[in-house]
Design a protein around this ligand. Sequence first.
Ligand SMILES: [Zn+2]
Length: 283
Amino acid sequence: MPELPEVETVRRTLETHVRGRAFVGVTLDWPGCEGISHGIPLQDSLPGSRCIDVGRRGKYLLLRLDRGRTLVIHLRMTGQLLVVGADAPPPRYRRAMLTMDDGKAIAFCDQRKFGRITLVPSRSSLEQVLRRLGPEPEMLKNDRGDGFSASYLAARLSGRRAAVKAVLLDQRVLAGLGNIYVDEVLFAAGVHPATPSRLVDGTAVVRITEAVVAVLADAVANGGTTLADYRDADGVPGTHQSRLLVFRRHGHPCPRCGATIERSVVAQRGTHACPSCQPRAGL
Ligand SMILES: [Zn+2]
């Protein structure tokens, strides 16, 4: 599933093709990909709109259009946005095609059909769509940009029995983390994913805070992680999969200590950790 680094990579590659272009047509191969809540009909309302820029909030792509409108796209499990020639044969699993005024189109492909495209008519309705999202992980950098502020995460973990992994996966706490990067962050921080949040001590919160920012920045620099479906808007896979230290590496030696990486289930998700570098505190 695309997480912040993959969505950010799609954003950057998509923006080079879409910024300044006007949409001229919409083909809905599978009408169910259109988000209804807070949206207005794509086929009626998108043509004629021009893209001002392409933003991101958490795992949401935000194509800002003129007249205060925004095209909100969530890729969910297997969604892809590919820039193609409008006359090219449709790519596999195409669910929608948004044609632009330069003869190119954005093909929305989605094998599992969980992704959604919503045309949101106003800034206030966009706020409604995004209202439950926590801050961007970048916010964990301090105001001077020379360090990190752990106080935000410390407050969110304090007193909670839920596993630290569950709290980090919660999009209301931080927007953009998912299963891959939470496992990598907690390995970097030396904290077991099942640790009850209230037992994560102050120094560990500082290590988690630094790891969130560093792991995500590294993954963005590598164009994201491609385990199966993920591609950028040019169809290019990411390279960060070769840099993953624990995720889906169970049975392999820990790159730090050589112990065998274990797989378990935490927060209903497959979870990967080193039993030696990430001791199961309080468990
Ligand atoms: Zn280890």
